[in-house]
Design a protein. Structure first.
Length: 506
């Protein structure tokens, strides 16, 4: 066996090593010292940070893991601390992954001596069976990234199985949504070099006879079918959805005439499509205005004659208008999430009649959501990119909505304030959103939730202030309110401030 490759930055691992407790700055500095500067600089451009320097939702690497696990004939292997791998494995199976998650464990010694890299290489060679796999994805989590484990030194292919190593640290990739892009972008880059090198496999059902529109962003399974119907009058067909479900779909995705950035945060993937010469169209066919603008943008980018674009609009827009009118949403809403589809859902809510005041997305601002932002702002909706949890909760308190749609902690805060709440990821974003089907799909669940307000009032009246202050926790004795303690504490704080001020003046 070759001599192990020592890690570039053993000093980063002195004492108890780098870990979550070290803080993002320490991890970042360690990773840079370990030779990851180029990757991190690209991440800083692709995924600019917001007010918070660490993820406020699930571990970002889940996004890459999910993309790998959903692909046929792909093995996904994690390299990271056991606690991170446990959480990621648990979450992936919670979300219905039916594949094994590979793991190469390490300890301080194997990390410092470079043996971890050798172990990863050995595991990759063992896994690389072309009868089973088209590709193997290896994901460096926080500690191996900060320590400089050089996945880029792995062979590009073994026995014809493609090897893709990526770094997905929480201190460089702010959301799991953007982590999907890290892997999708790396795969598209690999596939693009294969296309440039010579003929590649055709899609399973053969190449489309019509020019196709590649759909960027995970969506409800019925949405691509509906999109295909909307494109048909323009002589276009719906192409693959990226992230794809199998390797050969990557070639078909690159072969599309136009790329529809339905989710706007796929910066690295868009870079690959642009390198392949494909035009990109942002936003999505949601609601009446969104669909009209999207059909126009796609038709224009694909050089479709205006008469055919108009035919496509005439075919679908009256049905959308009818569906919106038939199922109106009544009530004031605040909306926040970290999936990246928040702005298009917001448009649909507004067109359905909702009084939407705030939309917060954990994803960054990109050119591909600009049309949605402008449309929403023109209707008085506050759009907050890279929204922090604090901003989302503050908006909920400020606007006092009839319904707060948001992440788990936002929904929890809403319910505490007796405001009905719906979890964005499971209850809103996982529904058909496009075309006539999308126009009516949100109303039932939202109106039902708003109508439940009285239940929160009943529950609140029943529980009173149980669980608050001295009525929280388990007590061995009868809890007593202690106003004298609070007064004493306040006196001490005032005294301390006065002392500090006096010292500062000296
Ligand atoms: S990989 Fe990083 S962000 Fe993810 S759980 Fe581990 S320490 Fe946290």
């Amino acid at each position: 066996m070759d001599t192990p490759t020592p890690i570039a930055n053993p000093a980063a691992l002195k004492e108890d090593g780098v870990g979550c407790h070290s803080g993002a700055e320490t991890m970042l500095a360690a990773a840079k010292a370990a030779g990851k500067s180029e990757t991190l600089a690209q991440y800083a451009v692709d995924y600019p940070k917001g007010p918070h320097d660490q993820p406020q939702s699930m571990c970002p690497a889940f996004g890459s893991l999910r993309v790998g696990l959903r692909m046929k004939r792909t093995a996904t292997v994690l390299s990271g601390s056991a606690c991170c791998v446990y959480g990621l494995t648990f979450t992936s199976h919670f979300y219905g992954a039916r594949r094994s998650v590979g793991y190469v464990p390490f300890n301080s010694e194997s990390l410092v001596t470079g043996k971890l890299f050798e172990d990863i290489r050995e595991a990759t060679y063992k896994l690389a069976d072309p009868a089973q796999y088209d590709s193997i994805v290896l994901i460096n989590l926080c500690v191996p990234t900060a320590s400089g484990v050089p996945l880029q030194l792995l062979p590009k292919q073994i026995n014809g199985v493609r090897i893709i190593g990526i770094d997905v640290p929480g201190f460089g990739v702010p959301t799991h949504a953007e982590a999907k892009d890290v892997l999708a972008g790396a795969m598209l880059k690999y596939a693009r070099t294969e296309v440039e090198a010579g003929p590649v496999q055709a899609p399973q059902g053969g190449r489309s006879t019509k020019p196709t529109v590649t759909l960027l962003g995970e969506m409800f399974p019925a949405d691509p079918v509906i999109l295909g119907m909307m494109l048909e009058p323009m002589g276009l067909a719906a192409g693959p959805v990226v992230p794809t479900r199998e390797w050969r779909e990557l070639y078909a995705a690159l072969d599309g005439s136009v790329v529809a950035a339905i989710h706007p945060f796929y910066t690295a993937s868009i870079r690959e499509f642009e390198a392949a010469g494909r035009p990109i169209v942002g936003s999505a066919p949601v609601g009446h205005d969104g669909t009209a603008a999207w059909l126009q943008g796609i038709g224009h980018a694909a050089n479709v004659p205006q008469a055919l674009i108009d035919a496509a609009k005439n075919r679908i827009l009256p049905a959308i208008r009818g569906a919106l009118a038939a199922k109106p949403i009544k009530g004031r809403i605040t909306l926040s999430g970290y999936e990246g589809s928040e702005l298009i859902v917001a448009r649909l809510l507004v067109e359905s009649g909702a009084d939407l005041r705030y939309v917060g997305t954990a994803c960054p601002r990109t050119p591909w959501s600009d049309a949605d932002r402008q449309w929403l702002e023109a209707r008085g909706v506050h759009v907050q990119y890279r929204a922090s949890l604090e901003q989302d909760i503050a908006a909920m308190h400020e606007f006092k909505p009839d319904l707060a749609i948001g992440t788990t902690p936002v929904v929890q805060a809403a319910k505490e304030a007796r405001i009905p709440g719906l979890y964005f990821t499971n209850l809103i974003s996982a529904r058909p959103l496009m075309g006539p089907a999308g126009a009516g799909s949100l109303a039932a669940v939202i109106n039902a939730a708003i109508a439940n307000k009285h239940r929160f009032d009943t529950m609140s009246a029943f529980f009173g202030d149980a669980g608050q202050g001295d009525k929280a926790g388990v007590w061995t004795d009868t809890p007593q309110a202690r106003p004298e303690f609070r007064a004493d504490f306040k006196r001490q704080v005032i005294k301390l401030h006065a002392k500090r001020k006096a010292e500062a003046m000296i």
